[in-house]
Design a protein around this ligand. Structure first.
Ligand code: ATP
Ligand code: MG
Length: 180
């Protein structure tokens, strides 16, 4: 399993649809300051369901939508699609390629899709939960995160271990059932 491509449209500085093709192995994104490198990483976190504006380096969630420039009007929605190569069947779904889409409008409403079929965020979380990718998975190590992990409280460290062991999904299901 590997990330195959990322398409961003109306997300942060990417006003026009832009697709990055990712090959197996290491991909480096290089460019001048402010050219949108970190926005690419933000797009991956966002499409996987990130709900915190701060984690996306914004003040409010709406800040992910292209805000306009001197020569270009603001847009009304942001859309990101992440395509995952599932040739090895690591994801429990009968497709060799899985695309996850998130769309958000200025009123704050988000839509999610798996292979172009509308779904809930929970469906995406469950699909990815044992795969090592997902919003709360530690696939994105930002500046200072390594330090934070080393100094984490025991309960936070516990969820890290639970996630690695693949039991986080079951705990979440239990918590959800108990709430009902
Ligand atoms: P550095 O090398 O300094 O880390 P970077 O390549 O990581 O830079 P980013 O932080 O990804 O750059 O991009 C910052 C740019 O994205 C800024 O120019 C900012 O104005 C622009 N940007 C962020 N959010 C939006 C938005 N909603 N609409 C338009 N542009 C945006
Ligand atoms: Mg950056």
């Amino acid at each position: 399993m590997h990330l195959k491509s990322l398409t961003v449209k109306g997300f942060k500085s990417f006003a026009s649809a832009t697709t990055l093709r990712l090959e197996p192995g290491i991909t480096c994104v290089v460019g001048p300051n402010g050219s949108g490198k970190s926005n690419v990483v933000d797009a991956i976190a966002w499409v996987l369901g990130e709900q915190g504006a701060k984690a996306l380096r914004g003040g409010k969630m709406e800040d992910v939508i292209f805000a306009g420039t001197a020569g270009r009007a603001p847009l009304g929605r942001a859309e990101v699609t992440l395509t995952i190569d599932n040739g090895d069947g690591a994801l429990p779904i009968d497709y060799t390629e899985v695309s996850i889409t998130r769309r958000m409008f200025r009123d704050g409403a988000s839509e999610y899709e798996i292979n172009n079929n509308q779904c809930r965020l929970l469906d995406i979380q469950e699909l990815l939960s044992d795969s090592g990718i997902g919003r709360e998975m530690h696939i994105i190590v930002g500046q200072g995160r390594l330090d934070a992990m080393l100094h984490a409280k025991p309960e936070d460290r516990r969820s890290f271990i639970e996630e690695a062991a693949g039991v986080l999904k079951h705990r979440k299901r239990k918590e959800k059932a108990v709430r009902k």
